[in-house]
Write a protein that binds this ligand. Structure first.
Ligand code: NAD
Length: 289
């Protein structure tokens, strides 16, 4: 299949390369010359104009920083420029309202489109092991699924347009809350005289067990290998966790959901990010406790 890929950053670069590996012909566009050069090395045809990159394609995939950019790329360069009948897939993490607006615009112009944000970081994007949570009609989902499968290990239909983004921010709000709770429990256990490894051995098989503890432990040397074992480098940057928590807070306001714990997690990550920790893994918040 001939596919245009727009947004070849940390995530999109590896995703586009995996589409090439799966046998697709990929037209790549990014504002960054370095990103285009890397895409070319990975077998993509590169373009310096998005509207040219979408000429003659059957699908467009976007992986962009935020909702405002997604909306402008779709209205200026994708909708009306991409051949009729193409399937459009936005894999960026953006707010639910903009995702629904852009999909309505695309559908109004006769395209099938899905929002398909991902779980998994740069390593999963490179390794083709992302999880995609997909919002859109049954038809749009069934057309998007085989393209997403070439870049991930799981593709789940979350319901109508925007529901992929809804699943993503609810999941990441829960992750932020769990991580802070896990950090608090380890810090207090230590102050009470408990060895962190002993606390892990007990809590990881008790009712406090959760992913932030058992798969991503914030204490160095405890649990499986995690960013804590690498001075909190790599992994999921605090700035990205804060981005997702802010999107969750916007969605809570617009939907009237009560999220007292999510709001507290957002405030704590805002402070941590503001203190110069945006590039550190989000589990480094344990160092403030
Ligand atoms: P990034 O900043 O590395 O990449 C974004 C790319 O988009 C850049 O190469 C930039 O030049 C390009 N870009 C910006 N405006 C553009 C435009 N108008 N036209 C074409 N290209 C443009 O970001 P990333 O880490 O790859 O993240 C991309 C998306 O994936 C974000 O929405 C992010 O929230 C989400 N995400 C990231 C991670 C992660 O671990 N990095 C994990 C899950 C989801």
């Amino acid at each position: 299949m001939k596919i245009a890929f727009i947004g070849l950053g940390n995530m999109g670069g590896g995703m586009a390369a995996n589409l090439v590996k799966a046998g697709h012909q990929v037209n790549a566009f990014d504002l960054s010359e370095a990103a285009l050069a890397a895409a070319s090395d990975n077998g993509c045809a590169t373009y310096t104009d998005a509207a040219e990159a979408v000429q003659g394609v059957e699908a467009v995939v976007t992986m962009l920083p935020n909702g405002a950019i997604v909306k402008s790329v779709y209205s200026d360069s994708v909708i009306g420029k991409t051949p009729e009948g193409a399937i459009l897939l936005d894999c960026s993490t953006i707010d639910v309202a903009t995702a629904r607006e852009v999909i309505a615009m695309a559908e109004g112009a006769g395209y099938d489109m899905v929002d398909a944000p991902v779980s998994g970081g740069i390593a999963a994007a490179n390794g083709g092991t992302l999880t995609f949570m997909v919002g859109g009609s049954e038809t749009a989902f069934s057309r998007a699924e085989p393209i997403l499968q070439a870049m991930g290990k799981a593709v789940i239909h979350a319901g109508d347009a925007g529901n992929g983004q809804a699943a993503k921010i609810c999941n990441n709000m829960l992750l932020g809350i769990h991580m802070i709770g896990t950090c608090e429990a380890f810090a207090m256990a230590q102050k009470l005289g408990l060895d962190p490894q002993t606390f892990f051995d007990i809590s990881s098989v008790s009712s406090g067990q959760n992913w932030s503890m058992t798969s991503y432990c914030p204490v160095p040397g405890v649990g499986p290998q995690s960013p804590a074992d690498n001075d909190y480098q790599g992994g999921f940057a605090t700035a990205l966790m804060l981005k997702d928590l802010k999107l969750a807070m916007e969605a809570a306001v617009s939907s009237g959901a009560a999220v007292p714990m999510g709001a507290r997690a957002a405030a704590l990550y805002e402070d941590f990010n503001g203190a110069g920790n945006g590039g550190r893994d989000f589990s480094a918040i344990i160092t403030t406790l």
